[in-house]
Design a protein around this ligand. Structure first.
Ligand SMILES: *Cc1c(COP(=O)(O)O)cnc(C)c1O
Length: 432
């Protein structure tokens, strides 16, 4: 590993002009220390920094790059589209095609609206849910992340957890008050919120597998109970599948867990590495959105043709028979390798995983909610992260993020990663 001196210089200069030197907080490595990566290029499972170092990448642009970087089919579709113009501000047939592919995979998305980020998708889904129910409150779960719209920034996991921020200044209290929080996996506390705000809760929004407090699995029947409860109370269930959609299965977590949500939000994978996201669901709800209905939501670059092409090409690859079996098999190899490495090290750590999503928690028990997750030893995680990085393996630079396996990871990438994990855990254990 070469010293990351060029990376350091660029990051230092960036700090003078870009806030914190980055355009999204977790990239600054605050939780783990060390010099942040400054990337020059990426190919397949590999990321290359400006100092010429190569890393096996398990961030995969936070899950968006499920096929790995610069997949030939996606790259050539983007090149072809770029030559035809990159934005028209008018409709294309590409939007229709991507929407149809999404709907085929997720039949609950009866009607779809494309936007440009997951934040926009969740924000808009909540707006239409409020309009439909004529109610103001929403319920989210501690440690659940749904983008950075005002109403979502309390106990919001992900980057906030990384930085130890409970909620964000700049969000007026009267907005924050409309968001009710419950512990993940705790249906009784959601029932209590419905009792306390009878007829006032528009929607419950949930990550069907939580992935922004590290990976935390839904307990048996938690999602079913949420579905039943929201139906009974006349509130909508919004599944935030920005990470899990096209990740856990072609049909997302809703197909894996057999949940029929009122609304779904998608992002990350559906843009194939370009900015695209979507919300959609019940036709009677979605038809309230302009221009069909009065709920305003618009976007200059929404349904952007480059992003649509990248999304369509990506979904075509995911539709291939056996895609998810193969991906999950790779992930299983990594998961069992990590578990063996943990056992060998004698450290208290747990691998929490769903499909190709996983987190190595430096904790005594596998977390089932945010309180548990926060008990992890983040110092140990930070040391582990840096040991892995120095061995050429790039993990998410926070205890509270998921590691993503892509189709581009080879068996030998996985084996090298497991070996790096054994050595890194040994080094971490040796410091105690
Ligand atoms: C990433 C993410 C978002 C926000 O998406 P952006 O494109 O970053 O705005 C929303 N919900 C979940 C579950 C996410 O993981």
């Amino acid at each position: 590993m070469k010293p990351r001196s060029h990376s350091r210089t660029i990051f230092q200069q960036a700090q003078e002009i870009l806030v914190g030197g980055v355009n999204s907080p977790v990239r600054a490595f605050k939780a783990v220390g060390g010099d942040p990566l400054v990337v020059e290029r990426a190919q397949g499972s590999r990321l290359y920094d400006v100092d010429g170092n190569e890393y096996i990448d398990f961030v995969c642009s936070w899950g968006a790059m499920i096929l790995g970087h610069a997949h030939p089919a996606v790259t050539s579709a983007i090149q072809d589209q770029a030559a035809r113009g990159t934005s028209y501000g008018m409709s294309t047939e590409l939007e229709l095609e991507l929407a149809r592919r999404i709907q085929k995979a997720m039949p609950a998305m009866e009607m779809v609206r494309f936007v440009s980020s997951g934040t926009e998708a969740t924000m808009s889904a909540v707006r239409v849910a409020r309009a439909f129910t004529r109610r103001n409150f929403i319920v989210k779960f501690d440690g659940g992340y749904h983008g950075h719209a005002d109403g979502f920034l309390s106990q919001a996991g992900s980057g906030l957890a990384t930085l130890g921020i409970a909620s964000s200044p700049g969000v007026p209290e009267c907005f924050a008050e409309l968001t009710l929080n419950a512990p993940y996996n705790d249906i009784a506390s959601v029932e209590r919120l419905f009792d306390a705000h009878r007829g006032e809760i528009a929607a419950v929004i949930v990550e069907p597998v939580a992935a922004n407090m590290g990976v935390v699995l839904p307990e048996e029947s938690f999602l079913c109970n949420l579905r039943e409860l929201t139906r009974k109370e006349g509130a909508l269930l919004i599944l935030d599948e920005v990470i899990t959609g096209f990740r856990l299965a072609l049909g997302g977590a809703q197909s894996v867990y057999g949940i029929h949500p009122d609304l779904t939000t998608l992002g990350k994978i559906i843009g194939g590495g370009l900015p695209a996201a979507a919300y959609g669901g019940r036709a009677d709800v979605m038809s309230l959105v302009a221009p069909s209905g009065p709920v305003y939501q618009a976007g200059t670059l929404s349904g952007n043709p480059l992003a649509m092409r990248a999304g369509i090409e990506t979904l075509k690859q995911l539709e291939a028979p056996g895609f998810y079996e193969q991906l999950n098999k790779k992930a299983e190899r990594l998961i069992s390798g990590f578990r063996m490495a943990v056992a060998e090290s004698g450290l208290a750590a747990q691998v929490s995983a769903a499909g190709s999503l996983l987190t190595l928690f430096f904790a005594k028990v596998t977390p089932s909610d945010y309180e548990d997750a926060k008990r992890s030893d983040t110092q140990e995680f930070g040391a582990f992260f840096l040991e892995m990085l120095n061995r050429g393996v790039f993990l998410p630079p926070s205890q509270f993020e998921a590691l993503f396996v892509s189709a581009a990871h080879s068996d030998s990438d996985i084996d090298r990663t497991i070996e790096a994990c054994r050595e890194s855990l040994k080094a971490v254990a040796g410091r105690k």
